[in-house]
Design a protein around this ligand. Structure first.
Ligand code: SF4
Length: 624
């Protein structure tokens, strides 16, 4: 159990009962932690076909074996469950301080079932757990909830909570912590809301054992030096964080414009979105728990008569609320980010939903009457933020879009379908497949579709030998590109399951996680083991979706994001993503069936998943 707290907690919210479980060493060894362990647990404990917002859905919250160790950026925790947005496997990744507090409170994983009669919160304190009444917190935004935690439970307590959007079961709701860090994708904030679970609060000083402290110390020295020496993307993350690439990527055509239908030449001047402009509003630089990169910050400004002190927007948030809606006004983007965090919305999906609504309004599919009097126009940031509030509170047409663009397009009819840019129900991040076609494959084939981080944005860390083209390079050569997805995705799965931040992983050599896992767990773990564990995680996530009847091979894709038809102007003009070819290349490497992406029996058995093979393919005939 080195590296682990050694305990799971099951919380039956219908019965208000708690039960501890000791995880098996095999489970932790094979699936590492985080969504790896979460996927195996939910595959085993939840039948297919459950209502994502019903009592049978299991909401899991897990850390990894490196979470809270001395490993640089080891701050991560994961939420898992059946996604109400996609109807399939859902996970989302958080950082900040909560994951470390959860583990030091004595738990590697929490699993919530049932639905509470009244709002509750779970309080964890150094190995003890208690469900408490949260009626007084219900209706509060996430900042007020976090203020209450610090004032009433103590400064040393960390929390992860939902806001009014999650309470209202918005399918684009996330789980917020540290007043602006978020585990936001997959709509799992709605699952938490459906269970009437407002908050998880954790306090802890419990230690977990590390097998080889000398090796851990040596790894800390080695990999912090790499980060400080500028290995991989470390200079970028240390100097600017994600907003630092915004204008460059806009110019390169990596950021979609005007709800994916426009091109960069139509976008207003991107210069006001330079990082130096964001810095003008920065109050302080910030970091997650003991992180030496410190990639984020707090902005302070007045916008539209409102004083704001809030987490600065990340690249994705500014791209979604900026480029998709044709807005280059940074103060308004800081406000949009602030509103999403306060009300508990995924900024990627929320920005996409606002852009969708603008396009519907501009094409006469909705009117001023539907928007509650707001005139939605491209570039009108005040209208954008006003409509964002409609989504957060489920008012007027905001009530419809609060369940995502897929649901909204179904509500409006076929004329709205081209405006709804999603894969499998989840809105796309603002990295454009027409710039890096490999992303189109990730968006289509990951078990949580429409995610850019699930294959480290189609890159691998330094030191992993490969002849892959750099991100966005040689995109005219798409043949063969699908063969690079397996390695990027399985490495990313192990990284996520370990509890390490993607930015630390991209700022060190590929040996970082294996070296640390070896030191902490006390068993030799090599890069090759990282590949196998990641592949096992990929297969159990995919098996979950197969059981739910999801077939990504025949998934309908948004034409405008895949270059069908291609853009006629701009840096990505003429690019059409050869998605079918890349899909087959990836399926061949994964040993998943070419027509339905079902993991083959041979592959599952090779990974030690015979029981899953029997589920998907039926019991083998013993007589043969
Ligand atoms: S790199 Fe940034 S997001 Fe990652 S752990 Fe450090 S501060 Fe947090």
């Amino acid at each position: 159990m080195n590296g682990y707290a050694g305990k799971f907690l099951w919380v039956n919210l219908t019965e208000a009962s708690l039960r501890e479980e000791i995880p098996s060493e095999g489970l932790l060894r094979d699936f590492i932690g985080g969504y790896g362990v979460g996927a195996r647990m939910l595959y085993d404990r939840m039948p297919p076909g459950v209502d994502p917002l019903g009592p049978e859905n299991i909401l899991g919250v897990l850390t990894g074996p490196l979470t809270g160790t001395t490993a640089p950026t080891a701050t991560r925790w994961t939420v898992v469950g059946k996604s109400p947005l996609t109807g399939g496997w859902g996970d989302a990744n958080g950082s900040g301080y909560f994951g470390v507090a959860l583990k030091k409170a004595g738990y590697d994983g929490l699993f919530f079932t049932g639905i509470s009669e009244c709002p509750v919160y779970l309080y964890l304190d150094n190995g003890t757990a208690e469900l408490r009444d949260a009626s007084a917190l219900w209706g509060k935004d996430t900042y007020a909830t976090e203020d209450w935690i610090k004032a009433d439970l103590g400064e040393d307590v960390e929390g992860a909570c939902i806001g009014p959007a999650g309470e209202r079961l918005s399918r684009i709701a996330g789980i917020i912590h540290s007043k602006g860090r978020a585990a936001a994708r997959s709509g799992l904030g709605a699952v938490m809301g459906s269970k009437r679970l407002k908050l998880i609060a954790a306090r802890g000083e419990l230690d977990f054992s590390v097998a080889n402290k000398e090796a851990e110390k040596a790894a800390r020295k080695k990999y912090m030096k790499e980060i400080n020496d500028g290995v991989g993307a470390s200079d970028f993350y240390r100097q600017t964080g994600t907003p630092g690439i915004l204008t460059w990527t806009i110019h390169m055509g990596d950021v979609p414009v005007k709800n994916w239908a426009g091109n960069v030449t139509e976008f207003p001047d991107p210069d006001p979105l330079e990082f130096s402009e964001l810095l003008k509003f920065r109050k302080k630089r910030e970091a997650c728990y003991r992180c030496g990169i410190a990639c984020w910050g707090i902005s302070s400004l007045s916008y539209d008569g409102t004083s704001i002190e809030a987490h600065q927007p990340e690249f994705q948030t500014s791209g979604a609320f900026g480029c998709l809606t044709m807005n280059n006004d940074y103060p308004s983007l800081i406000r949009a980010n602030d509103l999403c965090n306060r009300y508990g919305l995924d900024t990627i999906s929320a920005g996409a939903c606002v852009a969708f609504a603008i396009e519907c309004y501009q094409n006469g599919l909705i009117s001023r009457e539907d928007t509650g009097g707001i005139e939605l126009d491209w570039g009108d940031h005040q209208a954008v933020n006003a409509f964002l509030m409609k989504i957060a509170l489920r008012e007027d047409f905001g009530d419809v879009v609060a369940d995502g663009v897929k649901c909204a397009a179904e509500y409006l009819g076929s004329a709205a379908e081209p405006f709804a840019v999603h894969v499998g129900g989840q809105e796309l991040p603002v990295h454009d497949p027409r710039f890096e076609p490999g992303l189109g494959l990730i968006y289509k084939m990951d078990a949580t579709p429409g995610r850019h981080t699930q294959a480290s944005q189609f890159t691998v860390p330094p030191g992993f030998e490969t002849d892959r083209p750099a991100y966005g390079d040689q995109r005219e050569q798409q043949a063969g590109r699908g063969h690079y997805l397996k390695e990027a995705s399985v490495l990313t799965h192990t990284m996520n399951a370990s509890g390490v931040c993607l930015f630390g992983y991209a700022s060190t050599h590929v040996t970082f996680i294996p070296d640390y896992l070896s030191a902490v767990r006390g068993e030799e773990f090599m890069v090759e083991d990282m590949m196998v564990a990641g592949e096992r995680i990929a297969n159990i996530r995919q098996a979950f979706n197969v059981r739910e009847g999801i077939n990504p091979v025949i998934q309908q894709l948004p034409g405008r994001a895949y270059g069908s038809p291609p853009l006629e102007v701009g840096p990505t003009k003429g690019v059409r993503v050869e998605i079918d070819q890349m899909t087959q290349e990836y399926l061949l490497d994964m040993q998943w069936t070419p027509d339905a992406a079902i993991p083959t029996r041979e592959k599952l058995e090779q990974l030690g998943l015979k029981d899953v093979a029997d589920d998907l393919w039926g019991q083998e005939d013993d007589c043969e």
